[in-house]
Design a binder for this molecule. Structure first.
Ligand code: NOJ
Ligand code: NOJ
Ligand code: CA
Length: 714
């Protein structure tokens, strides 16, 4: 009897292990994921019944010749291809904005019909688009797709576009609905739900005020500082969290006020575990707003798509530029971005020509893919890449970069490559969490090393199509001995012999890197002290849960400290711990894990906010005079206000001055708290001028939005 019970419980345990959802861990630790970007309409038609729904009839083109109409792909289609995606090593999908979109046809300049098949013209953010789900705009198909994804170990990210509703001068004129009830539109905007400014154009693209408050491509620009729009968008995002989404790709973050976005991120994290990344379009690190982009990423809780690295990847692998282009972006962003491992890296996307339209060379595509799958950041692969999809009409740019998925072969090299490197990202922590160091470089060859404590991954890419290179003088922290290619020659990789050296510089015996090859060598460290690789979210008020990810935490629960304060542990596993932000004074804390044996981990920074964040618009009238390059900032007594910092990165701002010498800024403030603050001028040369007098004080509302209007104190 005893034996039988034992056997039964062993079987029960086995069953629990076998049938546990494959989704590994929490969305907060997205560094271990491989994202796959899907244009829902162009992936797979899983249900022909929703192709031409009655409320928006005529927007479907069965012939697939008008590239700006719906072609039939839908949520059921994605659901049916889950095992295809899982087999490729995809662990997260980013799908088109799934919300109810524009119902009408808006003819283009040539009189051809166009539709919002891409999803970027939302009309009701609380319902599902009928072409993707059903004509009742219900959640049924969305829920089924999310369930199937999770069963296959795949997380779901939705594209979310809160900057605007539909086109403001045609179609539905920006009409916005709240779960079916009409809220308002652009042309008769009695409530002030929209900003009414011209399109962003020319130099306006680099002007902070125009970038945030002007109109993006005729799309009705929502006023998120209005309490109704603020509450509506936060409720809509929460609805998607309730329906199981693991993350949000936020559209056009450069064009929405920072204050609102910090509070939006805080609202999502307060509700639950998630990962957020935004589209901050920029060409390179010399962009006039590049500094803004990393300040935003460092403070908002919203990571970014890595556009500067994307540009370098396309020039190096697409146009044969020197590998130093990539190496210098990695170095620059490495010093600027606090959470660089959360940047989402990509070779191409729906807004640019596919890689093969730029350079129709599969070797180069494989090399670029290998690069994003092994370098720092979270890789995102555009649908069809693994099938070598491209249509080169008009250079392959939008909409020709969005063809129908041509097939679902599971035997292509790109498919296999992604699967193998996805497995390595899971097994070796150096890829998700490690540092990245250049070890050997020339125009054609890039050898870089990722290390996380004792775990190491060394990658060598030779993009020269015809010449091999003799590699001498290479050092590595890989262990002594022969290291074989982790890809087992899939891309022509070779073994290396590592000799004995010191200080993490073991000499590699001179070897030849053959033409157009990728070699990956790796070592995963065994037992070691607790090691933290990731924390998410990186800021929250007392009570908000945060996930600590890493290794060697042990199975027995230990303790987690924020500075010297012990936090409540909600769950504990050897690789992930969820803790509740303790009630400590607002500010930055070093978070550490102590295992049950008393060994303490490395520390990682977390910002304890004063309270939940709400957007407050500050205006200071008649501020002290400024010259070109001088800016007015806000600073004050809580971490949200920069804790009296007077630096560009520490204070809140720069403020905007469409009506000089008045300056204003929408900022995120702790709800219900009485704050003290002042305005300062930071001159172009760094000199700081404080306004005179006593500190201003303001009690932030407990909910909704706030406004503060004061005069600069002379
Ligand atoms: C950026 C998106 O990626 C693009 O496809 C879209 O048209 C614009 N934002 C506007 O939403
Ligand atoms: C100097 C400011 O003038 C004052 O108002 C503020 O209280 C302190 N900085 C905070 O350190
Ligand atoms: Ca369909």
């Amino acid at each position: 009897m005893r034996k039988l019970t034992h056997r039964l419980s062993a079987i029960a345990l086995l069953l629990t292990i076998l049938f546990q959802p494959l989704t590994s861990g929490f969305a907060a630790d997205f560094k271990r994921e491989v994202i796959y970007q899907i244009i829902t309409d162009r992936f797979f038609d899983g249900n022909t019944a929703n192709n031409n729904p009655s409320q928006s009839a005529g927007l479907y083109d069965a012939t697939k010749t008008n590239w700006r109409l719906y072609w039939g792909g839908d949520l059921q289609g994605i659901q049916q291809k889950m095992s295809y995606l899982a087999g490729m090593g995809v662990t997260a999908i980013w799908i088109s904005p799934p919300v109810d979109n524009l119902n009408t046809n808006i003819p283009d300049g040539g009189g051809n019909p166009t539709a919002s098949y891409h999803g970027y013209q939302g009309r009701d953010f609380k319902r599902i688009e009928e072409h993707f789900g059903n004509s009742g705009n219900t959640w049924t198909d969305f829920d089924a797709m999310v369930t199937a994804a999770h069963q296959n170990g795949i997380k779901v990210i939705i594209d979310f576009a809160p900057n605007h509703s539909t086109q403001d001068n045609a179609g539905e004129f920006g009409s916005l609905y709240d779960n079916g009830s009409f809220l308002g539109n652009y042309t008769n905007d009695t409530n002030g739900y929209f900003h009414h400014n011209p399109n962003i154009s020319g130099g306006g693209w680099d002007d902070r005020y125009q970038v945030e408050y002007y109109t993006l491509f005729d799309l009705a620009d929502l006023n998120q500082e209005h309490a109704t729009i603020d509450a509506y968008m936060k409720a809509a995002a929460q609805l998607f969290q309730q329906h199981g989404v693991d993350g949000f790709r936020i559209d056009a973050v450069k064009h929405i006020t920072w204050g609102w976005q910090y509070s939006f991120a805080n609202s999502i994290y307060t509700y639950g575990d998630s990962f957020l990344f935004g589209e901050w379009y920029q060409g390179n690190t010399a962009d006039p707003l590049y500094h803004d982009s990393y300040k935003f990423a460092n403070k908002s809780g919203i990571s970014l798509l890595d556009f500067p690295l994307n540009t370098a990847i396309r020039s190096v692998f697409g146009s044969n530029a020197n590998f130093s282009d990539i190496d210098s972006v990695i170095t620059a962003e490495g010093t600027n971005f606090t959470w660089k491992e959360d940047l989402v890296t990509f070779v191409d996307n729906h807004d640019m020509a596919r890689f093969l339209s730029v350079n129709n060379n599969n070797n180069r595509l494989h090399e670029a893919l290998s690069f994003i799958l092994t370098s720092r950041g979270i890789p995102c692969i555009y649908y069809g890449t693994e099938q070598y999809l491209h249509n080169d009409t008009s250079g392959g740019t939008d909409p020709y970069n969005r063809p129908m998925m041509p097939g679902f072969s599971t035997t292509t090299t790109a498919y296999t490559l992604t699967n193998r490197l996805s497995a390595l990202r899971r097994s070796n922590p150096a890829i998700p969490y490690g540092s990245m160091t250049q070890r050997w470089i020339n125009n054609d060859v890039y050898i870089y090393e990722r290390t996380f404590f004792g775990s190491v991954v060394l990658v060598a890419i030779n993009k020269n199509e015809t010449s091999g290179y003799s590699i001498s003088g290479l050092n590595t922290s890989l262990p002594v001995g022969t290291q074989s290619d982790y890809l087992t020659g899939l891309l022509g990789g070779v073994p290396i012999t590592v000799g004995s050296g010191s200080g993490g510089n073991n000499p590699v015996t001179t070897f030849t890197l053959p033409a157009h090859t990728v070699s990956v060598w790796q070592f995963t460290e065994g037992a070691a002290p607790p090691q933290i690789g990731s924390l998410g979210p990186t800021a929250g008020q007392p009570g908000v849960k945060t996930t600590i990810a890493g290794r060697n935490f042990g199975t027995a629960t230990g303790t987690v400290k924020f500075g010297t304060t012990t936090a409540t542990v909600n769950s504990w596993s050897p690789t992930q711990i969820v803790v509740t932000t303790p009630s400590v004074t607002n500010g930055n804390y070093n978070v550490t894990v102590t295992n049950s044996g008393g060994t303490v981990s490395n520390g990682i920074q977390y910002t304890v906010l004063t309270a939940k964040l709400i957007p407050v618009t500050f205006t200071v009238y008649n501020a002290t005079p400024t010259q070109t390059g001088d800016y007015i900032f806000l600073t004050g007594n809580t971490v949200e206000l920069g804790a009296w910092s007077t630096t560009w990165d520490g204070a809140v701002g720069p403020m905007l001055t469409p009506n000089y010498p008045n300056w204003f800024l929408n900022a995120s403030m702790p709800a219900g708290q009485t704050i003290q603050f002042k305005f300062i001028k930071i001159a172009a040369n760094g000199t700081v001028t404080w306004e005179a007098g006593a500190n201003h004080t303001y009690t932030v509302p407990t909910s909704g939005v706030g406004y503060v209007n004061v005069n600069w104190q002379y």
